[in-house]
Design a protein around this ligand. Sequence first.
Ligand code: UDP
Length: 239
Amino acid sequence: MQSLRYKRVLLKLSGEALAGEQKFGINPATLDVIGREIVEVSQMGMQLVLVIGGGNIFRGMSESAAGMDRASADYMGMLATVLNALAVQDALEKLGVETRVLSAIAMREVCEPYIRRRAVRHLEHGRVVICAAGTGNPYFTTDTAAALRAAELKCQAILKATKVSGVYDKDPMKHDDAVMFQKITYLQTLERRLKVMDSTAISLAMDNNLPIVVFNLFQTGNIRKVALGEDIGTTVTGG
Ligand code: UDP
């Protein structure tokens, strides 16, 4: 049996990841593919915390929120992450893994409230913990929620799943000659304004020495590869 590099990790999935080709909403086929990969590493014994975004449904800073009070729009964004969390929970449980959704905004008929010690217990029991509703506060993002939960739940790394293969010197979707970094420091990503995670999330990861592994979610087997310690994507550390 291959050994895992990490015992406990946080996997950040953007809302867009769940939309697949459609860019909006939730694509069941995409959910199934991602779900299988998550179940595979969970069954290998890795403790998994998931933080799910909401951008496929609503973003506080989006055009559809134009003219709205920022905080109200952000609360809508946080509720969108709960929809995604429930969809991911359903997909994972169908594939035979036990999960719990823990929400930063209490919704007791739907899921558990986020309580750190409870999250740790679930992880110790081998359940996949799905953190919903971001940090529970407007003016933040789910990337920041990912860094926060990773720190307080003592995860060894943040796995940031994206639609590109890692961190590049410029947008690889727009520039053919974009070069991918294998390793980069937190400060370099901030100074060069590279799109890894927002600056609040990067600062939190930096202050807590949490490595961020940025990798392509849409190449099958990548979640397992990262879990086993294969050097794919870009690793962001203190250097
Ligand atoms: N959000 C928030 N506080 C948080 C996390 C999220 O207000 O702690 C809101 C914010 O409006 C954000 C939306 O929820 O735009 C969806 O989250 P995000 O944009 O991070 O999702 P992703 O880009 O990962 O799909």
